[in-house]
Design a protein around this ligand. Structure first.
Ligand SMILES: [Zn+2]
Length: 283
């Protein structure tokens, strides 16, 4: 049995990016610890979801505990920074926000947990933070700094993994969706008449600002055996992800095709075009 610490930015990131891997590790008897930098105060709540006087941070904290229970997480820790909001949002300047945090001070807060847990594996985001959100970039920087400091101090080895998005796989499904939409527009199908959605997909197709290309990803973890739990954990984040959302409304087979694998990079073992390392994630 080993201890694996997943370091995420906001409540819901753990379930969307790595929930299946967490559930599989917990199933196998490993200790799974979740550290979350912020309580997601700057998220956009689903209209009408909050009670009178209830703060979004409180709601998202409760949602995170519920999701963690579903996934078999043994311990949840918040680093108690404030959500920085999206890039260029005024919330980026709040003195308590994670984006404004000193990297070493934040690594100290992380160390308070990791010194107790002595993990074998620490999971953070890729260098782009998955898709460039300030708090996700900061998770990468703080986690990386902690590993460097820990190694320099002669601590026992801790392997690092980057959780990422498979850009090539997303691109292939976007291309398919754009083709369907374009053909439907030619035939005048009203279901696909949403030009804004089509345009957003075309723009995303041209963007390289998210995830990593398939040939740089070292681990594709098959999480189909725990997919119902991953989806239940996503569902626990009801203030962010309503029942009619893309994630929850799609048929089971489509969900399995899009979310049945989770993607990780071992930064110490570059792939150099060799076939992807399958299971397991462990050292
Ligand atoms: Zn996030």
């Amino acid at each position: 049995m080993i201890t694996v610490v997943f370091f995420h930015a906001h409540p819901d990131d753990e379930s969307l990016a790595s929930g299946g891997t967490m559930a599989r590790l917990a199933n196998d008897g490993h200790r799974v610890v979740l550290v979350t930098a912020t309580r997601g105060e700057e998220g956009e709540p689903v209209p009408g979801v909050l009670e009178d006087g209830e703060s979004l941070g409180d709601r998202r904290t409760a949602e995170l505990y519920a999701a963690a229970d579903v996934l078999g997480v043994a311990r949840v820790v918040f680093l108690e920074y404030r959500d920085s909001g999206m890039a260029d949002d005024p919330a980026n300047g709040h003195p308590q926000c994670f984006w404004q945090a000193d990297i070493d001070e934040a690594a100290d807060r992380l160390d308070a947990v990791l010194a107790e847990e002595e993990p074998s594996l620490l999971v953070v985001y890729d260098p782009n933070g998955g898709y460039g959100h300030p708090d996700h970039l900061q998770v990468h920087r703080v986690g990386t700094r902690w590993v460097e400091r820990h190694a320099a101090a002669g601590g026992r080895p801790v392997r690092l993994r980057w959780v990422t998005l498979n850009r090539d796989m997303i691109r292939a499904s976007l291309e398919a969706a754009v083709t369907v939409a374009e053909e439907a527009q030619v035939s005048g199908d009203p279901l696909w008449s949403d030009d804004a959605m089509l345009q957003a997909r075309r723009e995303r197709l041209e963007s390289d600002s998210y995830g990593m290309p398939d040939d740089q990803i070292t681990h594709g973890i098959d999480v189909r055996s725990v997919l119902d739990r991953k989806r239940s954990a996503i569902r626990a984040h009801a203030s962010q992800i309503p029942e009619d959302s893309f994630f929850l409304a799609m048929p089971d087979d489509a969900f399995a095709a899009s979310f049945g694998r989770e993607w990780f990079v071992d930064p110490d073992r570059r792939r150099d075009g060799r076939p992807q390392v399958g299971d397991p994630l462990l050292p």
